[in-house]
Write a new protein. Structure first.
Length: 178
């Protein structure tokens, strides 16, 4: 048997190879970890969202925190707390999107996992039906967190995956009266 085993390249192998090509032309941009625009963007992990392109952002402009649904969880609050208290961000933009996979799930997903693997996940699925209401809930979680000192510039949006446009979601308390 040969010491060199032939195997099919994986997606991760492709990523590592792409990194080698990237690193060959890489030059240190000379920037620190503090985002230039002092903003943290919390968004869904959906592969259709190219946040930097959609928001006109460049490397170093923002902190990007992504998870399933872009929901504000305890871990999101942890990341935002570090972003604000240690790295100087002052604004938070929350971005959900149309056609989110979390709209097709329920908390039964956790129960099904428990039946399959014999252990219930400690985390909540955070499934939702109404994307606007979930954005409002996420804004409320940020605004009421005792760990976040900067909560006056927290805004929420829904990204339309078919048009690329953002639509702002206003909270009932921030709706303007004419």
């Amino acid at each position: 048997m040969s010491s060199s085993v032939s195997r099919t390249a994986t997606v991760t192998d492709r990523l590592v190879e792409a990194n080698r090509a990237y690193a060959a032309g890489f030059t240190d941009p000379g920037m620190g970890a503090r985002p230039v625009l002092r903003v943290a963007v919390v968004a869904c992990m959906d592969a259709r969202l190219d946040l930097h392109a959609a928001l006109g952002l460049a490397l170093g402009d923002c902190h990007t925190i992504r998870n399933a649904g872009g929901v504000v969880t305890d871990d999101t609050i942890r990341s935002l707390t570090i972003s604000q208290r240690a790295l100087g961000t002052r604004s938070v933009a929350l971005i959900h999107h149309t056609g989110c996979g979390l709209q097709t799930l329920t908390e039964d997903f956790r129960h099904e996992l428990e039946l399959e693997v014999g252990q219930r996940p400690a985390w909540a699925v955070e499934a939702f039906r109404d994307v606007d209401q979930d954005v409002r809930q996420s804004m409320q979680r940020v605004r009421t967190s005792p760990f976040l000192p900067h909560t006056d510039d927290v805004r929420g949006f829904v990204f339309d995956v078919t048009t690329g446009l953002l639509r702002e979601v206003v909270t009932h308390s921030s709706a303007r009266v004419s």
